[in-house]
Design a protein around this ligand. Sequence first.
Ligand code: FMN
Length: 191
Amino acid sequence: MNQHFRAVSLNHASRLLNHGPTVLVTSLSGGRRNVMAAAWSMPVEFTPPRIAIVIDKSTYTRELVAASGVFGVCVPGAALAEVTFAVGTESGRDIDKFEKHAIRTLAAPVLGVPVLTDGCSAWLECRLIPEPHTEEAYDTCFAEVVNASADARVFAEGRWSIRDDNRALHTIHHLGNGIFTRAGEILDARA
Ligand SMILES: Cc1cc2nc3c(=O)[nH]c(=O)nc-3n(C[C@H](O)[C@H](O)[C@H](O)COP(=O)(O)O)c2cc1C
């Protein structure tokens, strides 16, 4: 349990993904669990908050999400860049990635999906929106966010706070081939 996490009101949930961080998709079905990296996710609706996320049909994650109808989206901080790349380059069909990388999780309160708090800045609990045609034709999945939480040291009152003293929690953004950039500079356009 990470004592810094606080509930995020659902009308602010879209802001957790609005700037395009690479995320970790967590899944659970029966006794099976898994985690993978996803660079492609985005908010698509405000109320209720809904997201689109690409989960390739060939992944073990997709199999578990299709079976359970739920998943978690965790926003890794910069300190988790190597783990994020690793869980995006190996399959949970072959290994338990949580054990291999010593990833600790807790069961999120609404849907029970495993979520990471150590090294993550936020997590969202998501319920898959059944879309048979889309699911058959595309790798894109739509989901409703039913609960969200964030580390108050980096996201509070509906706003990211990117500072030098919370660098380990800055979001990461995949440039390709295991190279990430870190969200680290604020440009205030209001002036
Ligand atoms: C940085 C990064 C970002 C990725 N983004 C996506 C993505 O948006 N969608 C996707 O389907 N796969 C993405 N992948 C690939 C999956 O994470 C990869 O196929 C993974 O091995 C699937 O794991 P699983 O079979 O255990 O579910 C990404 C991989 C990396 C390293």
